[in-house]
Design a protein around this ligand. Structure first.
Ligand code: ATP
Ligand code: MG
Ligand code: FE
Length: 355
C-alpha cells in the first residue's frame, strides 16, 4: 500500500509518499517539508493568517515534489492522508481541502488524520515497536504523555495545565532577548552556563497526577532576570542552564511516574518503551535525561530521527497506512477540519464533540 500524506496544521507545509509492505514495514519514498520559520520569526511566533496563505502557495508544488522523489504519479497512490486537526484552522482547511480534491479527482480513499496520532505512531515507521508503549510529545503546542494501546486507541495520562514545554523555551528566550525559535537558542546559551546558579521551581514535582506545568518557571525566569538587570551574556547563559536543569528535573519526576504506572498496568510487557516526539526532543540535555531515566527503569528509549520528530507529512502518511492496515474505515469527503481534537475519547467527551 502506498499513500500520499499532507501536513499543514501549523507552520510547516509538508507532503510525503510512504509505502507499507505486507510485513508491516514502512518506507518513506518521498518526503518534503517547507518551514515557514522566516515568515514568522520577525513576529516572534506563528501568525495564523500568514501561515494559511503560505500553505496555499506552497502545497501543490510540494505534493508534486514528493511524488517526483518517489518516482510516482497520483495513479500509483492507493490513498490520501491529510491532517485534519488539531491546529490552526486556516492551515488545516488548506491541507484537508487539497486532500479531498485529490481523493475526489482520483476516486481514492481519504484518511483525515489527527496530527497527534501522526506523532504517536511515527516510531513504528522508524523502529520495530509493538503496542502498547508510552509516548511523550513535547512541541511548541503540546506537552502530553500518552499511552498508545494500538492504532486509534490512545489514553492521555498527562498534559500541561498551562504552557507547552516548547512554548516555555520560546517565552524564556524572548524575555532574555534571544532569537526565535527559543529552544535552540536557550540550549546554545545554556552550554556555557552554570546550572546551579539559580534554583527555579519544579512545578507539580512529587504529585501523583501525571500533568505538567511550565508557566511558573517562565515567571521565575523573568523575576531572576529583573533582579540582576542589566543582564550580562554570562547571566543569560546561567539562567538558561538553570532553566534547562529545572525542566530536566521536572521531566525526570513526571515521566518517572509514568514509567512506574506503565509497569503496574502492563506487568507482562517484557520490553516496555518510551517514545519521544516533538521539536523539544532535539534538546540534547533533555534527551540525555530521558535516556538515563529509561536506562534506570529498564525501558527502551526510542527517539525517531529529528526530521520525523518535528512536523512532517511522512508521519501523517504513516498514520493513514496504519489505519488502513488495521481495517479502519476511510473518511467521508464531508469530514471537517477541527482546530481542537484530543487524541483520546475521554478528553473528547469532556470537551464536547468536535472541540
Ligand atoms: P505542534 O505543537 O503543533 O506540533 P510546533 O511547530 O510548535 O507544532 P515543533 O515544530 O515540533 O512544534 O517544535 C517546535 C518547538 O520545539 C519550538 O517551541 C522550539 O523552541 C522547540 N525546540 C526546538 N529545538 C529545541 C531545542 N534544542 N531545545 C528545546 N526546545 C527546542
Ligand atoms: Mg513547527
Ligand atoms: Fe506537531
Amino acid at each position: 500500500l502506498t499513500i500520499l500524506g499532507i501536513e499543514t496544521s501549523c507552520d510547516e507545509t509538508a507532503a510525503a509518499v510512504v509505502v507499507r509492505d505486507e510485513a508491516g514495514q514502512g518506507t518513506i519514498l518521498g518526503d518534503v517539508v517547507l518551514s515557514q520559520l522566516d515568515e514568522h520569526s520577525a513576529y516572534g511566533g506563528v501568525v495564523p493568517e500568514i501561515a494559511a496563505r503560505a500553505h496555499v502557495e506552497a502545497l501543490d508544488d510540494l505534493i508534486r515534489q514528493a511524488l517526483a522523489k518517489a518516482n510516482m504519479t497520483l495513479a500509483d497512490i492507493d490513498a490520501i492522508a491529510a491532517t485534519s486537526g488539531p491546529g490552526l484552522i486556516g492551515g488545516l482547511i488548506v491541507g484537508l481541502m487539497t486532500g479531498k480534491a485529490i481523493a475526489r479527482a482520483t476516486a481514492k480513499p481519504l484518511y483525515a488524520v489527527n496530527h497527534l496520532e501522526g506523532h504517536a505512531l511515527t516510531a513504528r515507521l522508524t523502529d520495530k515497536l509493538d503496542f502498547p508503549y508510552l509516548m511523550l510529545l513535547v512541541s511548541g503546542g503540546h506537552t502530553q504523555l500518552v499511552l498508545v494501546r494500538g492504532v486509534g486507541e490512545y489514553e492521555r495520562w498527562g498534559t500541561t495545565i498551562d504552557d507547552a514545554l516548547g512554548e516555555a523555551f520560546d517565552k524564556t528566550a524572548k524575555l532574555l532577548g534571544l532569537p526565535y525559535p527559543g529552544g535552540p537558542a536557550v540550549e546554545r546559551a545554556a552550554a556555557s552556563g552554570n546550572a546551579d546558579r539559580f534554583s527555579f521551581p519544579r512545578p507539580l514535582v512529587g504529585e501523583k497526577r501525571l500533568d505538567f506545568s511550565f508557566s511558573g518557571l517562565k515567571t521565575a525566569v523573568r523575576q531572576a532576570a529583573q533582579s540582576i538587570a542589566p543582564v550580562s551574556r554570562q547571566d543569560v547563559a546561567d539562567i538558561c542552564a538553570s532553566f534547562q536543569k529545572a525542566v530536566s528535573r521536572t521531566l525526570q519526576d513526571r515521566i518517572g511516574r509514568g514509567l512506574e504506572r506503565f509497569r503496574q498496568e502492563f506487568p507482562d510487557v517484557s520490553q516496555p518503551a518510551l517514545v519521544v516526539a516533538g521539536g523539544v526532543a532535539a534538546n540534547k540535555v533533555l534527551r540525555a535525561t530521558l535516556q538515563e531515566l529509561c536506562d534506570r527503569n529498564r525501558f527502551r528509549f526510542v527517539a525517531p530521527p529529528l526530521a520525523l520528530c518535528t512536523d512532517n507529512a511522512a508521519m501523517i502518511a504513516w498514520a493513514g497506512l496504519e489505519r488502513m492496515a488495521a481495517g479502519l474505515a476511510a473518511d467521508e469527503l464531508s469530514v471537517s477540519p477541527r482546530s481542537r481534537w484530543p487524541l483520546d475519547a475521554d478528553a473528547a467527551a469532556i470537551l464536547g464533540s468536535g472541540k
